[in-house]
Design a protein around this ligand. Sequence first.
Ligand code: NAP
Length: 491
Amino acid sequence: MTPSQIGSDQHRPLRVAVVGAGPSGFYAVAALLDAPDLHVSIDVFDRLPAPFGLVRYGVAPDHEKIKRVDRVFDKTARDPRVRYYGNVALGRDVSRRELLDLYDAVIYAVGAQSDRRLGIPGEDLDGSWSSTEFVAWYNGHPDFAAAEYPLSHRQVAVVGIGNVAMDCARLLARPAEDLASTDISDTALEVFRDSRVEDVHILARRGPAQAACTPSELKELGELDGVDVIVDPAALDDPEMAGEADRQTKKNLDLFREFAEGGEGDADGEARRRIHFHFLASPVEVLDDGDGRVEGLVVEDNELVERDGRLRPEGTGRRRELPVSAVIRAIGYRSVPLPDVPFDEAWGIIPNRDGRVTTWRDGTREEEAPVQPREYVVGWAKRGPSGLIGTNKADSNDTVERLLEDAGEWVHDEGAGDGEVARDEEGRAAIEELLRQRGVPWVDYAGWQAIEKLETERGAESGRPRAKICRVDELLEASGTLPAAARAESA
Ligand code: NAP
């Protein structure tokens, strides 16, 4: 069979499983649906009942416009060639081997669910929080429905100067009444309403010209009501700084200059909160109050040294203490290994060559690693946690192109050594039969639409786009998903 015949109408459709219903997964689904003359059938799995991954659980609640990309994914999901299986986790409910037996190809689109570590003493004290978890909590992620982030102290540090750090700092500083019209979780809204935070300290280990945040995120900090943004003008007086800077850096530097010119103290003297930028500053120890809680942060001043073509921070030995009672570590996300799927610990990704999963482990040269046939990866699990949501579109398109290039080989070679590749109808029935036998209550797309309807109705009562349901059992109930036993009987 030639690649152009695969999935053509004369043959059964190409059956693809996409693991992960976030942006990179949905962009991959869209690329498959858009492939000319391709007869395709796609099953999308997500370990959570609700789809859309980072759009629902990562994008800040006050960035409603960015969240609206879910409309694009919704349109994709409604295509009759696509089926959704929410609340189905790879490794818990279905194995990698079973997916490979039931589908022609598997695309991993699992994102990056964990965070990088600082590797300093006191990092695990009560009050030292990972931004991944803090962000997921205020966005109503079921894994953190019971988590507690008391904002009962005046001083908080945010480590890192990427966009996640900007989101965290903005939410901590923003008046809670601004959040009341967003889809923030009910629990988080209450906590932000009672917040006693007055000072948010952003720690950048390098200088203002190396800030990873984008200008639009930075600008927003200056637009918050009743909030001063404080930058020491001395941090900006290096005339070389903007020398070779790209457009983004130049815009960031202009904004830092505006903040610095604003000086300490709000123009109208009414600032309720302050955001302080500390450049060339690395945390070296989180201090313990004697009861296992954060009592302060020891910070070391850095200087920049050029190594391997990059400006890197190097400690000067000069240390000082910030009297903070909470530390949010926003220094980057990291993927989590999937059971039985190759994982590169050093890079925190699924090893791959242009999206084709390889067996590459630490120590093997990337270009020599053998490809694992019929397995692909997209998004942050493929390239690491970088880029905006839209960045995933081109990235997923590339992986799907590779998949379609390869498809001729394995559809032709049906079953060879890799288990029987099922016919479409049989395959569809088989996955559901398998889930039923295991008692997995999966949420289909109609189930998600029922959740969404309930959330939007509840939200409308208080002028919000939605009031999120944050617990798995309540999401299942709202979806109308039958308990597995009842589903088996009705089958
Ligand atoms: P990021 O952009 O990679 O920023 C990570 C920050 O942590 C950098 O400032 C980095 O500094 C710092 N860092 C790393 N290791 C550190 C250490 N050991 N000590 C101190 N600082 C350390 O990552 P992110 O903020 O998690 O964002 C991930 C991606 O999502 C980015 O592409 C971001 O633009 C995107 N995002 C977009 C939005 C939006 O569009 N609104 C919102 C959130 C996230 P160095 O530069 O020195 O390494």
